[in-house]
Design a protein around this ligand. Structure first.
Ligand SMILES: CCCCC/C=C/C(=O)SCCNC(=O)CCNC(=O)[C@H](O)C(C)(C)COP(=O)(O)OP(=O)(O)OC[C@H]1O[C@@H](n2cnc3c(N)ncnc32)[C@H](O)[C@@H]1OP(=O)(O)O
Ligand SMILES: NC(=O)C1=CN([C@@H]2O[C@H](COP(=O)(O)OP(=O)(O)OC[C@H]3O[C@@H](n4cnc5c(N)ncnc54)[C@H](OP(=O)(O)O)[C@@H]3O)[C@@H](O)[C@H]2O)C=CC1
Length: 279
């Protein structure tokens, strides 16, 4: 789809790049000539993903264990990265979510979603942005958001709040940092099957609505999201700034995606709380 070498010479950090959509984007960036850095909390998973990537591509892949909820750790990751060479592109992909009745959320539960999804994206963006501005280096920040930024979403309220806040960051920094050579853009994916999303959002007992209710009759392909991300971070998208592109087959125009949960009984919710998945 793209010219060979579209991302040649670009150094890209994908947070949460060891799994799911982060890994899919990373693979595509490598195939287009980029050098990749992936971070997450679980080094063993990062290493396993990086080994697969290295087997498929001659591009350089570096792994860094970093919990993006921890600002000190984020700064250390950026220092370690910059010691080799400046990044050109940051992809804020790491996030957490789970379905829950909001009245059953403890403060710690709310923070378990807000901290990685909102604070993590903010810390990584600030840490990269400061270094780009100090070094007079151009940069791109791509944040992976959600259509909940448009519709809101019942039963995943902390995630909808965090993603909306990161959209506000994307629009605000487009104006503030655009003159400093930094573009900020975002993608709002609809349903793309991943182990993380299925584990947190599709417990046994939820209907098959992701495909059935989608105007295109299917969920997204990882390659479709990876292609969009590749375009948005590339110099070909140099005049796109502060925008969020939706990639959901039109699903959000029909439903926020949580209506089936309104029909759940208290017994189903109790079962869900008891059987919750660890991401
Ligand atoms: C149309 C489709 C739209 C999709 C939009 C978005 C999709 C996605 O974001 S998909 C990505 C999903 N991936 C992940 O979530 C991966 C990361 N996940 C995790 O790290 C865990 O699953 C986590 C979210 C539970 C966080 O783990 P951790 O920080 O280790 O948290 P604790 O287990 O220590 O729990 C903290 C706190 O939260 C309460 N809690 C955890 N799960 C639930 C739950 N399912 N329901 C209610 N409460 C939950 C837990 O009980 C703790 O609170 P306290 O008991 O008060 O201490
Ligand atoms: N799949 C879907 O249908 C949709 C996904 N999205 C968004 O796409 C992105 C990727 O999701 P997806 O691939 O599905 O799910 P995954 O669970 O595979 O991805 C989440 C990634 O974030 C990392 N992560 C979580 N918490 C932290 C933390 N504190 N510090 C560092 N890394 C962390 C995880 O790694 P580790 O556990 O090692 O830390 C994991 O690699 C997310 O932003 C999600 O909100 C949006 C809409 C729909």
């Amino acid at each position: 789809m793209f010219e060979t070498g579209l991302l040649r010479g670009k150094r890209i950090l994908v947070t949460g790049g060891g799994s799911g959509l982060g890994a899919a984007m990373g693979r595509r960036f490598l195939a287009l000539g980029a050098e990749l850095v992936i971070c997450g909390r679980k080094l063993d998973r990062l290493e396993a993903t990086a080994s697969e990537m290295r087997a498929q591509s001659s591009g350089k892949v570096t792994t860094i264990a970093c919990d993006v909820r921890d600002g000190v750790a984020v700064d250390e990751m950026m220092d370690a990265t910059w010691r080799e060479a400046p990044l050109d592109i940051l992809v804020n992909n790491a996030a957490a979510t789970f379905i829950a009745q909001s009245e059953h959320l403890s403060f710690r539960a709310a923070d378990a979603v807000l901290a990685p999804t909102l604070h993590g994206a903010m810390y990584c963006t600030l840490a990269a942005g400061k270094r780009w501005i100090d070094g007079r280096h151009n940069g791109v920040v791509l944040s992976i958001l959600s259509t909940s930024t448009i519709t809101g979403r019942a039963f995943t309220v902390p995630s909808a709040m965090a993603k909306s806040a990161v959209l506000a960051m994307t629009k605000s920094l487009a104006v503030e940092w655009g003159p400093k050579g930094i573009r900020t853009v975002a993608i709002a994916p609809g349903p793309f099957p991943t182990a993380g999303a299925s584990g947190q959002l599709r417990p046994v007992g939820r209907d098959e609505g992701w495909s059935a209710r989608n105007p295109m009759g299917r969920t997204g392909e990882h390659s479709e999201l990876a292609d969009l991300a590749s375009f948005l971070v590339s110099d070909r998208a140099g005049y796109i700034n502060g925008e969020m592109v939706v990639i959901d087959g039109g699903a959000h125009l029909r439903s926020s995606g949580a209506e089936d949960l309104l029909r759940w009984t208290d017994a189903q919710w109790a079962e869900q709380r008891a059987a919750r998945s660890k991401g």
